[in-house]
Design a protein around this ligand. Structure first.
Ligand code: 4AZ
Length: 230
């Protein structure tokens, strides 16, 4: 996160960090939503920490199974979604995040609306250092990013992606924040950190996978849970 502020332990209890250096969110007692490009089936023994890394509240889990979105395209980052099934449920104080999904809980952000992106990713473009603490940065939702950014035509697919950035590029997600959430003012998850050309460049804002585009898939995936339905 570039230009972020420290998040307090407990601000984002649903935040997940995994051993590949990506973020994610707890969406059910034993399911984590993250970016497909974070997942490499060749590297086994993945660990995730739920409830914040390096805090006493963090709970460690292994990944029992991973489900990449069937339409994920690594060349274009279309459908950059993966759902990780944990080896053991998370119970107690940690509540899953509320997702901005169809039909009942959906609202498209307005142009310019303030959203918050969180993660442990790069804070400094020069030395590429990752953050030791969870950081949060406020960025603005950008309607029509395909025409209002310097991304080439077709790079930002508006039905499944959106952009968010700060007017002068001062705040952004960056490498290591992938898979983590971008949230509205009610901490409802609107998107997932997916890609960008560089970081903190206002002409190339951060690109996010649109959670509402895969509402049905997420619903279906919740059937994989071995936890009791809430
Ligand atoms: C990355 O490399 C990355 N500014 C993530 C987000 C952004 C850029 C790069 C958005 O994982």
């Amino acid at each position: 996160i570039i230009g972020g502020r420290s998040a307090s332990a407990g601000d984002y209890p649903f935040f997940v960090e995994w051993s590949r250096g990506c973020g994610g969110t707890l969406i059910h007692q034993d399911l984590v939503l993250s970016a497909a490009h974070c997942y490499n089936p060749a590297s086994q023994q993945l660990t995730v920490w739920v409830g914040g890394v390096r805090t006493g509240r963090a709970r460690q889990r292994s990944i029992a199974a991973a489900f990449v979105h069937p339409q994920y395209d690594p060349d274009t980052e279309a459908y950059d979604f993966v759902i990780l099934k944990l080896d053991k449920e998370i119970r107690g104080a940690i509540q899953p995040v509320v997702l901005n999904t169809q039909p009942s809980n959906f609202r498209d952000p307005e142009d310019g609306e303030e959203l918050t992106v969180i993660g442990y990713g790069v804070t400094d473009l020069v030395n590429q250092a990752q953050s030791q603490t969870l950081l949060a940065a406020d960025v603005n939702y950008i309607e029509d990013c395909a025409t209002r950014s310097n991304y080439e035509l077709g790079v930002v697919q508006p039905t499944i992606m959106f952009c968010a950035g700060a007017p002068r590029g001062s705040h952004d997600s960056c490498q290591g924040d992938s898979g983590g959430p971008i949230l509205d003012s009610n901490n409802r998850q609107i998107g997932i950190v997916s890609f960008g050309r560089g970081c903190a460049d206002p002409t190339y804002p951060g690109v996010y996978a649109r959670v509402s585009a895969v509402s049905k898939w997420i619903d279906q995936m919740k059937c994989l849970s071995t936890a009791d339905q809430p």
